[in-house]
Ligand binder design. Sequence first.
Ligand SMILES: Nc1ccn([C@@H]2O[C@H](COP(=O)(O)OP(=O)(O)OP(=O)(O)O)[C@@H](O)[C@H]2O)c(=O)n1
Ligand SMILES: C[C@](O)(CO)[C@H](O)COP(=O)(O)O
Length: 233
Amino acid sequence: MAARTVAVVLAGGLGERMGAGRPKQLIEVGGRPILAHAVAAFDAHPGIDEVLVVMAAGHLREAGVIAAPFRSVTGVVEGGATRTASTVAALRVLEQHPGDARVLFHDAARPFVEAPVIDRVLAALDGHDAVAVGVPSPDTIVVVEDGVVASMPPRETMSRFQTPQGFRLGTLRKAYELALADPALRATDDCGIVHRYLPDVPIRVVEGSERNLKVTQPLDAVVAEHLATEDPP
Ligand SMILES: Nc1ccn([C@@H]2O[C@H](COP(=O)(O)OP(=O)(O)OP(=O)(O)O)[C@@H](O)[C@H]2O)c(=O)n1
Ligand SMILES: C[C@](O)(CO)[C@H](O)COP(=O)(O)O
């Protein structure tokens, strides 16, 4: 199979912090589900060949209906109990793709990812096997241990990670192979897996966007509704 560029939209979570009684990616903002916004961003991007949706168990039919209008969606598959397990489910579906394929993992909970951010990730994958998206932190970030400050990294070195995170598929496969053999595996994202298990692989960080927020708690849904209805910048 020729190397393609695949966007995986991770929608396998249950949205417990949102407390909406159903996965937050099914909630509507600006008149359509959060999941539809995220899928639409990749479907419309000329650099993306296909989109794979990973959905929470019990909600595949609903996700299928949402994904149906998008021509580049090639599948809606069931996720796992953790974000990491949902990525593994996607990697299984992508088994036939060659190692030099480009794959972008995006949180369905980030409905307003913009084309320039996707452009930057794709461009950086020409020179790097792993790419993250980050924005500067307006707050001072500290490491807290046992309720006291253990260290205060210089703020200008701090970046808040967003998605999509991009990889050459072979590199991500290798990182996950090592991760899955580790009984102490814990990670909040796919770059975390590469950083921990393939520490010699540089992870290029490109500029994200403040609009690319992750809808996590009820206040985020209010902000998202506002962003969905305001005029584009
Ligand atoms: N088992 C999981 C958990 C999370 N995700 C996805 O990873 C993204 C970021 O996760 P998060 O914001 O934590 O979503 P939830 O897990 O749904 O939220 P919560 O932790 O509040 O339950 C979301 O798009 C979510 O659907 C996933 O695909 N599979
Ligand atoms: C991948 C991520 O969005 C980067 O900020 C974040 O780590 C996801 O964390 P979550 O706990 O699954 O929301």
